[in-house]
Design a protein around this ligand. Structure first.
Ligand code: UDP
Length: 471
């Protein structure tokens, strides 16, 4: 087997501790007691065994966000839970991004998944496994996330750990691309005791016992906690996102928090249309920009579009991000200046997760309309986050988004994500009709409260862990 240069080290992410009582304002007393008891019983049943999570990044995406939402409660309840970030190198991450795109049913980057790719995948997986198995004890439970970590399953099972593979992506129906990706991944997963998907429709052939657990958010986290209107304005002015209008701010150093790449900045009273996403083609930032420029800006006197995503220097497991941001920037630069001045592209620094979370929280709360015009979506946490903040959302009817939003009750679903005119008129309608936007925002919060808060997903995970221990 070849050797591969520059595989980054395995690192551990510190998991804080959060008491379940933080959920008291939004979860019923009965539910809280049920959760407390379930965690206590699980702690007794595990008797000191550790639950490990392994993924490929500590920031800038839904998986990291989910782990930050859930694990501090598990830790706070006295269980031993740890989170490792596996290593990789550019060749490996290009390959796993290809698998990711194929699992969504797209064409990927046109590259193949043949013998050479299997070898690259095996070399990096073996290297990560060597660095991880020594930390894991027989009887521990290891939850591996997404294609980047599937290659660790057999090594950890051999060590005596119970392995669960959690897939965060998928597509409602098979096509040649998904078949190709599953043919590549399936052999690595034969030693997994269980698999978990976000939606039933995502379960491919050959995983008869797969579980379904919908991703959820923690209302108490820095990303989702309440922010008074003046707090969020201050945060956005300080971050250089909004114009200062005489308030003490970061105007002398607007790049301090955000790495903002375009101006001018909107004023506090300007209605903002927002999409927050990784710089991934499937999120279609380019389409949002185009739809806004063609169909929103000409018909609204002042609306301003903000496209925000993680700094492209911060995310090493997503090799396409830089190119996608550059494409959006080029298109932005070619817009007529009267439209260009109404669009902000933000590269949000990931150096300080707390500041990033506060900025995203404030942006979502400030926006008049939040959009997620993805071409494919496993499960859009950005949408859940905005819904929790009672925002009116306009999202594509793709993947998890079509479960998250009930059209006309908790947001607007776009049947065809490529239909820019329909996108524009949905956004315009909500900008003009603020009563409807408010009604949809209230429906959105209710829907998240009922289905997509962390208590539901914790209970589902506890049930699965019992089954795996007892198997
Ligand atoms: N996110 C963030 N900073 C950014 C961009 C995204 O914190 O600059 C977070 C966002 O708030 C959400 C997650 O990354 O929690 C993205 O999750 P989602 O499920 O929407 O998409 P994924 O990245 O998993 O495809």
């Amino acid at each position: 087997m070849r050797s591969l240069p520059g595989i980054s080290p395995v690192t551990e992410v510190a998991i804080g501790s959060r008491p379940l009582s933080l959920l008291a304002p939004v979860v019923s007393d009965g539910r809280l007691v049920e959760l407390e008891r379930a965690l206590l019983r699980l702690a007794e049943r595990l008797r000191g065994r550790t639950i490990w999570h392994v993924n490929s990044t500590a920031d800038g995406g839904g998986v990291a966000e989910l782990l930050f939402a859930m694990l501090p409660f598990v830790h706070g309840a006295g269980l031993s839970v740890r989170w490792l970030v596996a290593g990789g190198n550019p060749e490996f991450f290009t390959l796993t991004k290809r698998v990711h795109n194929l699992l969504h049913g797209g064409m990927g980057d046109g590259g193949s998944l043949g013998e050479g790719e299997r070898e690259t995948y095996a070399i990096v997986s073996n290297c990560n496994a060597r660095r991880i198995v020594t930390r894991v004890a027989a009887g521990d439970i290891v939850i591996l996330h997404d294609p980047q970590t599937a290659g660790l399953a057999s090594h950890l099972a051999l060590r005596g750990a119970k392995v669960i593979w959690r897939c965060h992506i998928g597509r409602d129906s098979d096509n040649a691309s998904t078949d190709c990706a599953w043919t590549f991944l399936r052999p690595w997963l034969t030693s997994a005791s269980a698999t978990v998907f976000s939606r039933a429709a995502y379960v491919p052939r050959g995983f008869p016992t797969a579980r379904i657990i919908a991703p959820a958010i923690a209302p108490s986290s820095a990303k989702n906690c309440e922010l008074a209107p003046d707090e969020r304005l201050r945060a956005l002015i300080k971050a250089g996102v909004l114009a200062s209008e005489g308030v003490e701010d970061g105007v002398n150093d607007p790049l301090r928090h955000t790495g903002e790449i375009s101006r001018p900045r909107p004023r506090a009273a300007t209605p903002v249309v927002l999409q927050i996403s990784r710089w991934d083609r499937l999120k279609d930032m380019q389409g949002v920009l185009e739809g806004f420029a063609r169909y929103v800006a000409p018909s609204h006197p002042s609306a301003h579009l903000i496209l925000g995503g993680p700094s492209v220097t911060g995310i090493c497991d997503d090799p396409e991000a830089r190119g996608v941001l550059e494409e959006v920037r080029i298109r932005w630069a070619r817009l007529p200046c009267e439209v260009r001045d109404r669009v902000t592209l933000l590269e949000l620094s990931m150096d300080d997760p707390a500041t990033n979370a506060l900025t995203v929280n404030a942006l979502q709360r400030h926006a008049a309309v939040v959009v997620q015009k993805s071409l494919a979506e496993g499960f859009g946490l950005t949408c859940t986050e905005a819904m929790w903040k009672e925002r009116a959302v306009v999202v594509s009817r793709v993947g998890g988004l079509s479960d998250q939003v009930v059209d006309g009750r908790s947001g607007i679903l776009l049947d065809d994500p490529a239909d820019l005119r329909a996108f524009g008129s949905a956004v315009l309608e909500l900008l003009h009709n603020r009563d409807r936007a408010e009604l949809l925002g209230a429906g959105a919060r209710k829907r998240v409260q009922e289905r997509f808060l962390v208590d539901s997903s914790l209970l589902a995970w506890i049930g699965l862990l019992y089954d795996v221990i007892d198997a």
